[in-house]
Write a protein that binds this ligand. Structure first.
Ligand code: RP5
Length: 167
């Protein structure tokens, strides 16, 4: 993976989002998908965010995962400037525990979609997996890795259940 051109862009509104967005990066690493990761805000650095969105496709990025909290406009702001698929991750960084970010991210106007995940770490993790699933449409090796991952999850549940039965 090292040295390969990134296929997925992870972007977040603040460094305070990193502990959540690292979950997306962890899943991309697990599937050997090269990614880039950056911080840019729709509100605090709108020009930097616009430049990121507008140059992503020509830099070889295929999907963008955008995570932000509070009045979270990052994913939608980016979606308005590129036709790359955008995955939104609402982050639970505010006094409203992410409900604000969920509504701001998911309620896009018709014509400009954002695929919105769950609030917080589960959403970031699923964003990484979802990006892998989109890339797997044209990558048989990745499809096989995703099927193996599902089997691993099932085995983990069975192992947990067996441990319970032994008590
Ligand atoms: C949002 O505001 C960021 O995505 C972050 O979740 C939240 C708080 O940012 P900081 O004040 O911690 O930089 O734009």
């Amino acid at each position: 993976m090292a040295g390969k051109k990134p296929l997925v862009g992870i972007i977040m509104g603040s460094d305070s989002d990193l502990s959540v967005m690292e979950e997306a990066a962890r899943m991309l690493k697990e599937f050997n998908i090269p990614y880039e990761i950056t911080i840019s805000s729709a509100h605090r650095t709108p020009q930097r965010t616009a430049d990121y969105a507008k140059t992503a496709e020509r830099r070889g990025i295929r999907i963008i995962i955008a995570g932000a909290g509070s009045a979270a406009h990052l994913a939608g702001f980016i979606a308005g400037q590129t036709t790359l698929p955008i995955i939104g991750v609402p982050i639970d960084s505010s006094t409203l525990n992410g409900l604000d970010a969920l509504l701001s991210t998911v309620q896009m106007p018709g014509g400009i979609p954002v695929a919105t995940m769950a609030i917080g770490k589960a959403g970031a993790k699923n964003a990484g997996i979802y990006a892998a699933q989109v890339l797997a449409l044209s990558d048989g090796g990745l499809r096989a890795a995703l099927k193996a991952y599902r089997k691993k999850l099932a085995r983990q549940v069975e192992a947990k259940s067996s441990r319970l039965k032994r008590h």
